[in-house]
Design a protein around this ligand. Structure first.
Ligand code: ZN
Ligand code: ZN
Length: 169
């Protein structure tokens, strides 16, 4: 079950057409995204179908909202094509350092990365230009979820940090 929260295939790194499991909607890679002002742009060379919502207090502060919704992808498939995000280093509850990358001009959170896991990018899904074929399949840190957060009861739920690499976003 835990392995189901990180489902992006490491093998699919070439531009391609991808048929999602939900209804056969075509997803074209590379995917693209940007911050609000457009100063930072990026591409993703792997298809994204499953997203993970994080309800930790840090994501709530960083977003000013319920938390964050993320795609966990290999760093090798993620390319900044324009601009240079700023980095804020925060101490996770575990004591590990989490890098939070954001646009220094408009403030959009773009992705995070564990200091100890540079091979993985935790991408803020709301910065993607298209969300076609994507759904939230896991919710983490539900113990600190705001009472007004929506959590799909059919999703995998974790009260805290799942025992998986790069779990805390
Ligand atoms: Zn921006
Ligand atoms: Zn979080």
């Amino acid at each position: 079950m835990l392995s189901a929260i990180i489902t992006v295939s490491m093998a699919r790194v070439a531009p391609m057409r991808y048929l999602s499991r939900q209804g056969g909607n075509a997803m074209t890679t590379p995917l693209s995204g940007s911050c609000l002002c457009g100063a930072v742009r990026y591409t993703v060379e792997v298809p994204i179908t499953e997203l993970r919502a994080c309800h930790c207090t840090h994501c709530q502060k960083a977003s000013g909202a319920a938390g964050s919704v993320n795609a966990v992808i290999p760093s090798a498939a993620f390319h900044i094509t324009q601009g240079r995000p700023k980095r804020y280093d925060s101490a996770a509850d575990s004591g590990r350092t989490l890098y939070r990358f954001f646009c220094g001009n408009c403030g959009s959170p773009i992705y995070s990365q564990r200091a100890t896991a540079p091979e993985t990018v935790v991408l803020r899904a709301g910065t993607l230009d298209s969300a076609q074929g994507m759904r939230i399949t896991a919710n983490i840190w539900t113990r600190s979820a705001r009472p007004w957060a929506h959590i799909d009861p059919a999703s995998n739920q974790f009260a805290g940090q799942p025992d998986a690499p790069a779990a805390k976003t």
